[in-house]
Design a protein around this ligand. Structure first.
Ligand SMILES: NC(=O)c1ccc[n+]([C@@H]2O[C@H](COP(=O)([O-])OP(=O)(O)OC[C@H]3O[C@@H](n4cnc5c(N)ncnc54)[C@H](O)[C@@H]3O)[C@@H](O)[C@H]2O)c1
Length: 424
């Protein structure tokens, strides 16, 4: 069917947190796969059979795929055209202008323009602003004259898997495919069909909206308990008790728990919708709630312990969420910046992230304040709270918006918390 000279079945461009597990999974399913990345360190790690980041089970698959010889690596995007299917898994951040930053996608498209041939299928796996898939199709039609959906195929197949769950969910999560023109959906559906998960065909813009709005829903869902946490402080109410009152045996309850809500996806995806929103400002307000949680905590600490100048503050967790080593767009870093602006002596500990941190014991020793910024499983252990009660200052303030130890207090003194804790 194809004029594209295929020496591989699929090429994945961008071996990041989405692209690398996907490339490994294609190769593991028997597809001859080309992995492309322009970062030599990343390529070097994969060549050396070392996962460059944590992803459950991926190290084992990497070793298996290496042994199979089915994964070829390249630093040249144009080499992706050696495969019939090209999947783009490049980063799509947002500019500070509330606008998608498409520079990586544009650059890859320009590298591919001259080498694409009839028969090629280009899939956008990255999260993109509504209309981007049609833009990509239009770009190829404009510059190469292809009839999209008949000669060359373009589709959006958004990545919806949460970090850490890739291998668990790739076989089961319905795969949304929005193809341009008559046959793009069908052609790209054949590729993703190797995983055996249900394929759901739709239009490109509906696929784009479904992905972005799933993230907006999550981001908003966590903004509400965060706003409630701030309101409770104003009214001297306990947020965990109010949440229990809302949810307990109530069929229309279901409010989530407060915490640090951020990470590279949730924070930027609202911007893609805000770009052309019918309710300008609504999603920005949601963002502002989540973004103000670190300041709310710092103000709450100051109200209880006074000025933070020369006070020792332990920050537990730098990752943007529990169980990951991903620090991108983490509010823990914002918290640290705010604490440092109060001239506090900040000591951070995180058992997962690549950034070097103090040990748990070093961080909590003689601390005036301990803030749980990420609810890693290690911090939820009763022993972690017991160690804080023993080793931090006697009147140490513990700040736990996650309710890690079941004590139901955002701000409490260590001794008080240990007595209240259900897990101790
Ligand atoms: N991380 C997640 O959990 C997640 C989940 C769902 C969707 N997404 C979306 O998937 C996309 C990718 O996210 P990610 O977290 O994997 O990003 P990432 O930054 O981890 O990966 C992007 C990779 O592309 C490489 N790259 C950049 N420009 C390149 C170029 N011109 N040529 C070749 N390689 C290039 C980078 O070196 C990097 O390895 C984004 O649109 C993101 O919103 C991410």
């Amino acid at each position: 069917m194809s004029n594209a000279q295929s020496t591989a079945d699929v090429a994945v461009v961008g071996l990041g947190r989405v692209g690398l597990p996907l490339a490994l999974s294609f190769a593991d399913r028997g597809l001859r796969t080309i992995g492309v990345d322009n970062d030599p360190t990343r390529l070097g790690a994969v060549r050396e059979k070392t996962m460059p980041f944590q992803e459950t089970g991926a190290q084992e698959v990497l070793e298996r795929v290496h042994a199979s010889g089915r994964l070829e690596l390249s630093d040249r995007v144009a080499e992706a055209a050696n495969a019939r299917h090209i999947v783009l898994t490049l980063g799509t951040p947002s500019f500070s202008h509330i606008e998608i930053d498409m520079r990586d996608i544009r650059s890859a498209l320009d590298d591919l323009l001259g080498v694409l041939a009839p028969g090629h299928a280009l899939t956008l796996r990255s999260t993109v602003a509504p209309g981007t898939t049609e833009f990509v199709a239009g770009y190829l039609a404009k510059h190469r004259g292809f009839t999209i959906g008949e000669e060359v195929f373009v589709a959006h197949a958004p990545e919806r898997i949460a970090a850490g769950r890739f291998l668990e969910e790739i076989d089961t999560l319905p795969c949304i495919i929005g193809g341009v023109g008559p046959r793009s959906g069908e052609v790209v559906g054949e590729l993703f069909g190797v995983f055996g998960a249900p394929i759901v065909q739709t239009t490109p813009v509906q696929a784009e909206l479904a992905k972005i709005w799933a993230n907006i829903l999550r981001y908003t869902n966590f903004a509400l308990p965060n706003l409630l946490m701030m309101d409770c402080e104003r009214y001297e109410a306990n947020v965990f008790e109010v949440i229990d009152l809302i949810n307990r045996d109530y069929p229309r309850g279901g409010i989530a728990k407060p915490g640090f809500t951020a990470g590279t996806c949730l924070r930027k995806d609202f911007a893609f919708s805000e770009e052309r929103s019918n309710a300008p400002g609504m999603l920005l307000a949601v963002s502002r709630v989540n973004e103000s949680v670190p300041l709310f905590l710092v103000e709450g600490i100051k109200r209880r312990v006074g000025a933070l100048n020369d006070r020792r503050v332990a920050v537990l967790g730098l990752a943007f969420k529990a169980g990951t080593d991903d620090e991108r767009d983490s509010l823990a870093h914002k918290l640290i910046r705010l604490l440092e602006r109060e001239l506090a002596d900040v000591v951070a500990h995180d058992p997962h992230v690549p950034t070097p941190t103090a040990s748990f014991t070093e961080a909590i020793k003689d601390a005036d304040v301990v803030v749980v910024a990420t609810d890693h499983a290690e911090f939820r252990e009763p022993e972690a709270l017991a160690a804080i009660a023993r080793q931090a200052k006697q009147d140490c303030l513990v700040v736990d918006p996650w309710n890690c130890w079941g004590a139901g207090q955002v701000f409490a003194y260590a001794s008080e918390l240990a007595a209240l804790s259900t897990s101790a």
